[in-house]
Design a protein around this ligand. Structure first.
Ligand code: FRU
Length: 472
């Protein structure tokens, strides 16, 4: 189905309770709904936004188009959690309805000031002739709604196009900084930096100079933080060509580790690394609480049709991951709180060949002696997601060629990572797979749409121990 502009840019304010109820019913009837992931009640979810710990709870917002599985008028939906694993729906927090955000309240971040949760996001405005105008807006969460405080950055500075968005704010020595994803007039991507002492006046400091120049035509969703004594710059570049096993998704998400100097505006760094080698990961955002840096991404990508579209909804957020830098390497591990979701142990086996019926939602730990193996997940008749390890080549391959309803096949149906594998830690939630390798050395996130409900797991290869827990 193709959507007209008028259909895409309808606000939730113009939708009757009955129409919403019809959409909710259609969504609820979908197979492949999630059990323990943040998913939209209807419509399309994209980037995580405003991820903040505030008043004893984690607050997460996400980009939301309520009316269908397309990128229309973006609202912010709100969920909260005491523990990052059980989430409560708080409803829509931001309905775009000012001149600045007339065509979408785009992505942004959260921070706490004077005991209140603040957000800074991009107002996306289109003129009558459909020219884009981006501005950066600050809001405050009051009674579950984001109230507009001020337009912090009304215009794009000279030298950049209107692809100027996704501010991430942090506080350092009493000064607020914001990085913004940008496109230069020569159509290359970069990140720029602003500073403010009061949230009212923002000074444009300039571009953060990296050694990646040029590197794609736009950098979306930047994030900067300190981790184990170093700085990390996360961003999602668009326009990167495949290179060996890397960069096969439509757009990428990755990071640089190094040192940011906010005075000279330079970031000295090592190589750009992808955060996730799966098929469905984009636009992540982090927050810090009690010294723990947690990342959540969008389990999806733009401009791709997914099988749930026909049920009127699309996508979810990933599980939260804890980031650390160990011996110069970024590690990503599922938050420890995940273990509170474990129910029965449905699998506890060791050997070279294991086969078992699996529940719809589960966690699996696999430890091997480091030689070849093949693991079939979500197996139904001749259909399965295959995770294959070739020890001689030192390569782990995720193969969804024949894993259920095909989609996005033009981007390839396998993903491979050069890594010596001794353990996998896998989370399955009906239509999602998140596979952590070697205690956080690498992660692959992907969607799979099996055709039937009764599914199996089959393991063959290296001597291994396998433990599986049912989730609700
Ligand atoms: C990334 C992105 C952001 C933008 C938002 C709009 O997926 O394109 O750059 O703010 O989505 O929904």
């Amino acid at each position: 189905m193709s959507w007209t502009k008028a259909e895409r840019y309808r606000s939730l304010r113009d939708v009757s309770a009955l129409e919403m109820e019809t959409l909710r019913t259609k969504t609820a009837a979908s197979p492949w709904r999630f059990g323990y992931h943040i998913q939209p009640p209807t419509g399309l979810l994209n980037d995580p936004n405003g991820f903040t710990y505030y008043n004893g709870e984690y607050h997460m917002f996400y980009q939301w188009f309520p009316l269908g599985p397309v990128h229309g008028l973006k609202h912010w939906y709100h969920v909260t959690s005491p523990d990052l694993v059980t989430w409560t729906d708080r409803g829509v927090a931001l309905v775009p309805e000012t001149t600045e955000d007339s065509h979408g309240a785009y992505s942004g971040s959260g921070f706490v000031k004077d005991g209140e949760l603040h957000v800074m996001y991009t107002g996306n405005h289109r003129t009558d002739d459909w020219t884009r105008h981006a501005s950066q807006v600050i809001g405050v969460l009051r009674d579950g709604k984001i109230e507009r405080r001020n337009v912090a950055i009304p215009d794009v500075p000279a030298g950049y196009t209107e692809h100027f968005r996704d501010p991430k704010v942090w506080l350092e020595d009493g000064v607020y900084y914001a990085v913004v994803g940008a496109q230069r007039e020569n159509e290359t991507g970069c990140v720029v930096l602003y500073r403010s002492t009061d949230l009212d006046d923002w000074t444009f400091l300039g571009e953060i100079e990296t050694g990646l120049d040029p590197f794609g035509y736009m950098w979306e969703c930047p994030d900067v933080f300190e981790l184990n004594g170093q700085h990390v710059l996360v961003f999602s570049p668009q326009g990167i060509e495949p290179d060996g096993h890397r960069y096969h998704n439509i757009y990428q998400s990755g990071f640089l580790i190094g040192k940011l100097d906010v005075e000279t505006l330079t970031f000295t760094h090592g190589t750009f690394e992808e955060l996730d080698f799966g098929f469905d990961f984009y636009a992540p955002q982090t927050t810090e609480q009690d010294g723990r840096r947690v990342l959540v991404g969008w389990m999806g990508l733009p401009e791709i049709e997914y099988p749930t579209d026909r049920f009127g909804w699309a996508h979810a957020l990933t599980l939260p991951r804890v980031l650390t830098i160990e011996e110069g390497m970024l590690k990503q591990r599922p938050v420890a709180e995940m273990t509170t979701l474990r129910q029965d142990t449905f699998l506890d086996a060791s050997g070279t060949s294991v086969s078992v019926a699996t529940p719809d939602r589960y966690e699996l730990e696999l430890k091997t002696d480091g030689s070849d193996f093949s693991l079939d997940l979500l197996q139904v008749e001749n259909e399965s997601l295959v995770i294959r390890y070739d020890a001689a080549a030192g390569e782990l391959t995720i193969d969804r060629t024949n894993a259920g309803e095909p989609f996005a096949t033009e981007f390839g149906t396998t993903r491979t990572k050069a890594i010596h594998v001794t353990s996998l830690h896998v989370f399955i939630d009906s239509s999602s797979v998140e596979c952590f390798v070697n205690d956080g050395e690498a992660v692959a996130t992907l969607r799979v749409f099996p055709s039937e409900l009764e599914k199996q797991l089959r393991y063959e290869g290296a001597t291994a121990s396998l433990t599986g827990w049912t989730y609700q």
